[in-house]
Design a protein around this ligand. Structure first.
Ligand code: CMP
Length: 138
């Protein structure tokens, strides 16, 4: 267990003006923001980030969606960060997410599900390094 996870506030949530409310919910849940930026991903960058899903039928749509507008990646710190953050964001499909979770509050569909959260400590480290250089992390 480490105390770091990587999140991305996705294009629709940024476009619709929900980034502030989402960050408020994240910090009120006890997560500390260690790094944060606004970033327009290219198709190549989005494809690299989601390379693990390359063989899935939704991969091309997912890549196109993730570069349809700016995203807000952030590194977050909290004890048991990966598992606690996945509880806070809820199920991948907002339709199945518990009431009060970020995806239930702000997600529109399984693709446009408002927010990403790392699924393991190992991937949190890889994903954090994908978006942020060491000097950008407090
Ligand atoms: P995320 O947590 O960012 O990780 C991979 C993303 O792929 C996931 O959120 C969803 O947005 C998307 N995804 C997963 N399953 C499907 C699916 N069946 N159809 C479309 N998109 C999906």
């Amino acid at each position: 267990m480490t105390n770091i996870t990587l999140t991305i506030i996705k294009p629709d949530a940024v476009k619709d003006g929900h980034a502030g409310a989402i960050l408020d919910q994240i910090t009120k849940a006890g997560f500390c923001v260690k790094a944060l930026k606004l970033k327009q991903l290219s198709a190549v960058e989005a494809g690299q980030f989601y390379a693990v899903h390359k063989e899935r039928p939704f991969y091309n749509d997912l890549v196109n969606y993730m570069c349809s507008g700016p995203v807000m990646p952030a590194i977050l710190e909290k004890d048991n960060a990966v598992a606690d953050f996945r509880v806070l964001i809820g199920a991948t499909n907002p339709a199945n997410a518990d009431a009060g979770t970020i995806r239930k509050n702000f997600g529109k569909s399984i693709e446009s599900n408002a927010i990403h959260g790392s699924d393991s400590d190992e991937n949190a480290a890889i994903e954090g390094a994908f978006f942020f250089a060491g000097l950008e992390v407090c």
